[in-house]
Design a protein. Structure first.
Length: 434
């Protein structure tokens, strides 16, 4: 689609083009970053799988208190994403900023062993999410910059599939530890810390610090331009905050950021979905850590196929279809009878939602944001979505406390339907792949 449209001039190095055609469909850096995410997600999801039950049943938090902590868990990450994205573009070293983020999250895991009050837990979770916020945009920028624009959905799908493998193994590890250890929660937090350190080590040793080629197999426009450590043209001055914020003048980026925020306002957090499912289905507490495993399995199976489908039929179409799957899950939680099939159906739809949205949204930015501002653009859209989900966690927790989970979820379902209709009208492309 790019270099293949150009006629080779006389004397051109056609051997390079032949070699390019034999290169793999996925850049090695995508696979290495996927491995780092896999290991890190084992650590993170071990904690995430048990944290709602630990806070509500062991420490006695109310739904409102848990909603506040869950909001902090998402909101801090949202605010820091802008900083992480801008710093990565400014210092032209995505690996450095991502590494700082992974390292900070790893340091926070042992601190969970020492905290029990809402204030202390909020501080630790805020630091952990600070690490996530720092690493997300630089990591996704490395994936995006190493992949042709027509394969962004597939590349992000592969990364998210590997990431989700960790999300699948994390709850399983937590389940086994809780059943084997006397002090189950402490053991989960301790093992999680060790696994997180391993992820940082893999990042430091195997993720290249300098990109050897702006896009490794024939996409993009900078192959013939001298580049620095992250592929920005040599001689380009450091990215300024004003230049990064100037991305908001791009109509397509504004549309993506606005729709991500709008839909995020009605997207109930995973923790609440699992708590609701446990209550509706009458599951015993010891099975609770396995609920995220169901979501992760479906996400793993569908992330790559739906990413490739998004490249073909339009990313906005797949993105909105994922939210309709989530809306169906809400409807089942509200009105379906508590049959043995209910957990499987809800978790399957929850997994479809993530497979159709988590990698597709950043992939949609590939043709919109300039390469030297890619991390900043990803951070702007990610921040808008995460801040909206922060507000949703606070609002849903308050609504559950005051009116009960049924009216709270019904309000979210109606809101999601309305927002999906609006987003469909805004994101409808005038031409090309959305």
């Amino acid at each position: 689609m790019y270099l293949t449209d150009r006629s080779a001039p006389a004397g051109a190095d056609t051997e390079r083009g032949r070699r390019r055609g034999l290169r793999p469909k996925v850049a090695p850096v995508v696979l290495v970053l996927g491995t780092v995410s896999l290991i890190t997600d084992i650590s993170s999801e071990m904690v995430t799988a048990v944290l709602p039950l630990y806070l509500v049943t062991t420490l006695g938090f109310s739904p409102l208190g848990f909603g506040a902590l869950d909001g902090v868990y998402n909101g801090v990450s949202a605010l820091v994403q802008l900083t992480g994205g801008h710093l990565a573009d400014r210092v032209r070293n995505h690996k450095l900023i991502a590494g700082l983020g992974y390292g900070l999250s790893a340091l926070c895991k042992p601190l969970l062993l020492l905290t029990s009050s809402i204030g202390a837990l909020g501080t630790v979770l805020a630091l952990d999410r600070t690490g996530k916020g720092l690493r997300t945009a630089p990591r996704d920028a490395m994936i995006s910059l190493s992949t042709p624009s027509d394969r962004q959905g597939r590349a992000f799908g592969i990364h998210r599939a590997m990431d989700t493998t960790g999300a699948m193994l994390g709850p399983l590890a937590a389940f086994l530890i809780l059943n084997a250890a006397a002090d189950g929660y402490d053991a989960v937090f301790g093992v999680s810390a060790c696994v997180a350190v391993l992820g940082v080590v893999v990042l430091v040793l195997f993720v290249p610090g300098r990109r050897q080629d702006t896009v490794p197999y024939g996409a993009g426009t900078l192959h013939d331009t001298p580049t620095d450590a992250v592929g920005a043209p040599q001689g380009r001055p450091p990215v300024r905050v004003r230049e990064a914020l100037g991305l908001l003048r791009l109509p397509r980026l504004r549309a993506l950021a606005g729709c991500a925020a709008l839909l995020g306002l009605t997207t109930v957090s995973d923790a609440f979905v699992y708590l609701l499912l446990q209550r509706r289905a009458g599951l015993a507490e010891e099975w609770f850590p396995l609920l995220p495993l169901g979501t992760a399995v479906v996400f793993l199976l569908l992330a790559v196929p739906l990413g490739a489908l998004a490249d073909r039929v339009g990313r906005h179409t797949v993105f909105l279809a994922g939210h309709l799957a989530l809306l169906t899950a809400y409807a089942l939680l509200l009105w379906a009878p508590a049959t043995p099939a209910l957990p499987f159906l809800v978790l399957a739809l929850h997994g479809v939602f993530y497979a159709a949205t988590d990698g597709v949204l950043p992939a949609a930015l590939a043709a919109t944001v300039p390469e030297h501002l890619r991390a900043s653009g990803l951070a702007i859209v990610g921040t808008s979505q995460a801040l909206a989900r922060f507000c949703c966690s606070l609002g849903f927790g308050a609504a559950w406390t005051v009116w009960g989970y049924g009216p709270a979820l019904a309000g979210s379902a109606v809101g999601l339907l309305c927002c999906a209709v609006v987003a469909g009208l805004v994101l409808r492309p005038k031409g090309g792949t959305g």
